[in-house]
Structures are given as structure tokens and as C-alpha cells.
Ligand binder design. Structure first.
Ligand SMILES: [Zn+2]
Length: 130
């Protein structure tokens, strides 16, 4: 799973996925030389779903996962929150399966105070892309 990346890094990661898709399609055709157009197209669609799902993860997660260099403060007690890790969830989109993730913080003082800091991708909440 990708973390924060520059635009150039995201582009490289995305193009790598596209190159992998092309390679897999060539290999599949090598192994099925008698395949009909429809069969080749079916394999291409399957690979495209994988590619698009992973490609969207690069674009979204690579921009902003909500991780902050300076710890955000607890809205209840004002103490600095502790970064716990990343929580991920799966979105079944029109083009494929995408694994999204957000940074996750907890308060050491307050029971159950947690935070998923909103970022530029505030609109990307579980279910919003479904
Ligand atoms: Zn607190």
C-alpha cells in the first residue's frame, strides 16, 4: 500500500501498473494464441479492473492519507493524539476494487477518543465512492 508520494512518484507508480497490465496481457496471449477476440477482450477487462483499482489507490492514497507531521490534538482534552497506524477499507468501484486508507490517531487520556484527520480527500470516506 502506497503512502504519501509526490506527483512524479505517483505517476511512476501508475505507469508501472500500466506496464504490468500490458505485460500480463501479452503473456496471456502468448499462452492462448488461438484465443478469440472476445476471449482476449475478457482477459483485458479482468486486468483493467485490477489496474484501475490499484491505480486509483495510487492517486488517492499517494496524495493524502491524513497523516500529519505534527500530531493533531484531542478535541476533548487538548492533549496531542498518538498516531496508531493506518486503517484501510475496500471500495468496490465501477472500475475495480480499491484499497483506501487513512491515518488513525487515539488519545492516551480519553477513553475511546479517536481521529481520522480529514485531508484534501475529505470526500473520500468509507462508502462515498460506491
Ligand atoms: Zn483526550
Amino acid at each position: 500500500m502506497s503512502r504519501l508520494q509526490s506527483r512524479a512518484q505517483r505517476e511512476a507508480a501508475f505507469l508501472k501498473l500500466a506496464t504490468d497490465l500490458y505485460t500480463q496481457l501479452e503473456e496471456w496471449y502468448d499462452q492462448h494464441p488461438a484465443a478469440s477476440f472476445g476471449e482476449l477482450e475478457q482477459e483485458a477487462r479482468r486486468l483493467r479492473r485490477e489496474f484501475m483499482g490499484q491505480g486509483l489507490a495510487v492517486v488517492i492514497n499517494g496524495r493524502d492519507t491524513g497523516f500529519q507531521l505534527e500530531e493533531p490534538v484531542c478535541p476533548q482534552c487538548g492533549q496531542a493524539l498518538q498516531f496508531v497506524g493506518y486503517r484501510s477499507w475496500r471500495v468496490s468501484g465501477l472500475e475495480g476494487e480499491t484499497e483506501l486508507e487513512r491515518a488513525y490517531y487515539v488519545c492516551r487520556e480519553c477513553e475511546g477518543q479517536t481521529l481520522f484527520p480529514p485531508g484534501s480527500e475529505t470526500a473520500v470516506t468509507p462508502g462515498s465512492l460506491e
